[in-house]
Design a protein around this ligand. Sequence first.
Ligand SMILES: [Zn+2]
Length: 209
Amino acid sequence: MAGDDDSMRLARGPIGERRLERARRIVDLAWRDLPGQHRLLLENIGASRWQVLDRPLGNSVNDLLISAGYAQLLPAGRVSLDRALGMWIERLHLVLIDAGHSVLADLDDQTFELMLVRTAWHEWGHALSVVRAEHDDVAAGERLLDLAPDGVREFIRRAGYRRSEYTHELIAEIYALLMSRRRRGHTGQPPWLADEIYRLVRRVSGWSE
Ligand SMILES: [Zn+2]
């Protein structure tokens, strides 16, 4: 999950067809930016489909689960999903992004794009982590988080994830940061990233640059 934050306002109005179309193009470009072998991995694990909506994720996910024959979400689960900007639904093989989320509402075009791209990369990194990280990696979440860059560690701690989610959130965040760096033309291990985390992200995502 990305974008969970206590300070979020939940009031919202429709964003309009143009902004929604723009959001869809942005996510499409984010997908095409991924290295080819990552796209292949994501296709293999059922995380290559996405929908960009102007609707809180809780209700969207709930409706999709029901129409696919699953039980509906508990109200608390729906409320917590409503706070997310993006989500990979493993059972549905689908990434959902809420382009009408209140945190995106007043952003200028460039920041809107950055947030959406980052959310999409986070969700794809998250999917790779859930499917490909080993039990030991997940168990080491607390220790790995201590090795993480300050901003990432604070973000994950503040969002109130369970310990068993630390590794996946960490991989997802670092994956998104590596992708932004790559888009700016930088490859290799960033100076701010601990060796152990870099090796983990490479193994899980198939990152080879
Ligand atoms: Zn996540």
